[in-house]
Design a protein around this ligand. Structure first.
Ligand SMILES: *Cc1c(COP(=O)(O)O)cnc(C)c1O
Length: 446
């Protein structure tokens, strides 16, 4: 029924043909606006993110108590930010492109507890739900020392409740691990792309994993249905949840602290460019929003998707958001970047990003593997394939189209002051033998 519309879309948007041919493309958002002018029109406010930050601070004593690996961070779930000069050199030579400015990586691959960016939003939403239940029951007040939640009394209370989620893997991991630790019953509805080791890890923690032979959208739909039928069950909705989004947004404040510690200046003359791997859009969207709250127009964010799962970029380009899916364009949504294997974008995120995202691009799976092996050799950093999608961003920005954007923003003479951050979204929980296979595969493409 829509094929006619799509034909006319393709006439107006020549990049769609490239996307259908599975070519890597770079798109600059024509609707990008100054954050000051649009921030009050968005569906969420800076106050929500501030509240999330405060809530995570309240929970720090619990996290520290329940997950001893977070002790050195005082129960704050945060990851390192580091410079990667050897990687920069290698990419510049390999792709014959000079990258202006400094290159950093944000290692959400090493976030405690869940080993991926999902440790931000996913864990946050479960904690918020747990707090609400306990406060309503009268067994917790926000001035308490939350370490008391790590007790049989609380576990027995939470065992009356179920948490459910649909996932391609990592969201299930983060929500499964934290929910089981708190004492909840947990059901994770996994799409076909979810890796076996993720299912095994969850089952070992007492999580019920329900497997689907179809893709992510179906797993979400079924999970939601089952959850809605049970009044004591709470469904974590990756497509529509505001809590996940604000949880991710806290990253903005944390990055600011880290850059200050590193004496890296960000202002209108020293712009920050951030490249975020994108699946359904909630993680990268939340982080983008958080960064915008902190840095306004001094930060420029782009999303990265596999050439086989370009859901968000199609939703943004066509402004049709969740009304379209990649399959409508004859694209199969089959990628080894399981964290990004999403065929239909979130409309909440698409609409939120309409004016604040600078651009978006696609990247070939083989290149993800290639970057994986290069980063391992150059910096001794091991990531899962999805997490490498950000690394093409600084290259695109330094080439013709990217420079056009930089020029339009009045930054051409300041390009050497740019700080680029590639957001490395996951990897530390990948079993060693599987990581070795990834690495070997990456070597084949070099
Ligand atoms: C989930 C995930 C993303 C993207 O987050 P979305 O909210 O799905 O857009 C990126 N990388 C990894 C490793 C992930 O697990």
């Amino acid at each position: 029924m829509e094929s006619k519309n799509f034909n006319s879309l393709e006439k107006d948007l020549p990049l769609i043909k490239e996307i259908k041919n599975l070519n890597e493309i770079f798109w600059i958002n024509p609707n990008y606006k100054s954050f000051e002018n649009i921030k009050n029109d968005l569906k969420t406010s800076g106050k929500d993110v501030k509240n999330a930050k405060d809530r995570l601070n309240r929970f720090a004593p619990y996290i520290e108590n329940a997950f001893p690996e977070t002790k050195k961070l005082g129960g704050i779930i945060e990851s390192p930010l580091t410079k990667i000069p050897s990687m920069k050199n290698h990419i510049e030579k390999d792709l014959n492109t000079k990258i202006f400015g400094n290159l950093l990586v944000k290692l959400d691959s090493n976030l405690p507890i869940a080993g991926s960016i999902k440790a931000r939003g996913g864990i946050y939403e479960v904690l918020k739900h747990a707090e609400t239940l306990a406060i309503n029951k009268g067994i917790l007040s926000i001035n308490d020392d939350y370490s008391k939640i790590n007790s049989d009394k609380f576990r027995s209370f939470y065992s009356n409740y179920t948490i459910q989620v649909g996932s391609t893997g990592n969201l299930g991991l983060s929500i499964g691990i934290i929910s089981a630790k708190l004492g909840f019953k947990v059901k994770v509805h996994m799409s076909a792309d979810a890796k076996q080791w993720k299912k095994d890890l969850l089952r070992n923690k007492g999580v019920e994993v329900i497997e689907y032979s179809s893709d992510y959208s179906k797993a979400v739909e079924e999970g939601r249905k089952l959850s809605d039928a049970d009044p004591n069950s709470y469904f974590i909705d990756d497509e529509n949840s505001k809590d996940l989004f604000t949880g991710y947004g806290v990253a903005g404040y944390r990055i600011k602290e880290q850059l200050e510690e590193m004496n890296i200046l960000v202002d209108k003359d020293h712009p920050l460019f951030v490249y975020l791997p994108c699946g359904v859009g909630r993680g990268p969207g939340g982080v983008t929003y958080g960064l915008k709250l902190v840095y306004g127009d001094s930060v420029h964010c782009s999303f990265a998707e596999p050439t086989h799962s370009p859901a968000m970029i199609l939703g943004l380009m066509t402004e049709l958001h969740n009304k379209i899916c990649v399959q409508d364009f004859g694209i199969d949504n089959k990628t080894d970047a399981d964290g990004l294997a999403v065929g239909r974008p979130s409309s909440f995120i698409g609409e939120m990003m309409e004016n604040i995202l600078s651009g978006s691009y696609t990247i070939d799976d083989n290149r993800l593997y290639k970057f994986l092996s290069i980063l391992a050799d150059e910096e001794n950093i091991y990531l899962e394939p999805s997490a490498l999608a950000g690394f093409m961003g600084p290259v695109f920005l330094s080439k013709e189209q990217g420079l056009e954007y930089i020029k339009k923003q009045g930054l051409l003479d300041k390009r050497d002051n740019i700080t680029h951050i590639c957001w490395a979204t996951g990897g530390s929980l990948v079993p060693r033998n599987i990581m070795n296979e990834y690495y070997k595969k990456g070597k084949l493409f070099r």
